[in-house]
Write a protein that binds this ligand. Structure first.
Ligand SMILES: [Cu+2]
Length: 219
């Protein structure tokens, strides 16, 4: 998965860096404890400031932080550029307290997937593989967040503001999607399915469900 690869690399690098820093700090703490126990009698320094080592720490921290910001931004940019080629499929995502609605404006007749996220009734967001999918996302009430943990993808959805994002899913399958932003009483039930099918199966699905009675939950 393109998204998973890009953000998986970022997570792996950040985890390795965090593990390295943790190991160095743990080693220094252990070393200090061992030396103290061994009775090494050293007088504590009376100077309040140690400009050189402090400047060194600051420089290292700034360099690491700058590297992470630039690297993450670049991966983000590359991921979006990779997804932006071709003729996009459009889906309008409405996140509300406490479920999801997916509209397909390119269907020949109105097509909306909706459910109430009660008793396991989750809406299924159907998308084709190998084609860019442009999500236009908004909320009528509070902030939500579209999150598909397996794809490493998460994007906030704001009230009365349309947030647009383009993704490509390159493998058929079904993954759980969640709301990633605490939004009230039933936030924990606000799940959906993301189902990726072949482009031919997608076109068939679109033709089959277009103009379905309002309130249906085609999947
Ligand atoms: Cu929520």
């Amino acid at each position: 998965m393109t998204t998973r690869q890009f953000f998986g690399t970022v997570f792996a690098l950040e985890s390795a860096l965090a593990a390295f820093v943790f190991a160095v700090v743990a080693m220094l703490v252990c070393l200090a404890v061992v030396r103290r126990r061994a009775g090494a009698r050293r007088r504590p320094s009376r100077r309040l400031e140690h400009t050189r080592p402090e400047a060194f720490y600051v420089a290292v921290l700034v360099a690491v932080a700058a590297f992470l910001v630039v690297y993450t931004a670049r991966q983000n940019h590359d991921e979006h550029r990779a997804a932006a080629h071709g003729d996009p499929v459009e889906v309008t995502v409405t996140a509300f307290q406490w479920c999801w609605r997916f509209d397909y404006p390119q269907a020949r007749k109105p097509l909306a997937v909706r459910a109430d996220c009660r008793a396991g009734r989750r809406p299924t967001l159907v998308v084709p593989t190998g084609r860019p999918i442009r999500f236009k996302m908004a909320s009528p009430d509070v902030i939500h967040s579209l999150w598909v943990p397996d794809l490493r993808y998460k994007r906030d959805i704001f009230p009365h503001h349309v947030n647009t994002v383009t993704l490509t899913v390159d493998r058929e399958g079904r993954w759980i999607g969640r709301c990633g932003e605490f939004c009230g009483d039933r936030h924990h039930t606000m799940d959906f399915w993301l189902r990726a099918v072949s482009p031919a199966a997608y076109d068939k699905w679109l033709a089959q469900h277009a103009g379905a009675p309002a309130g249906g939950t085609p999947a």
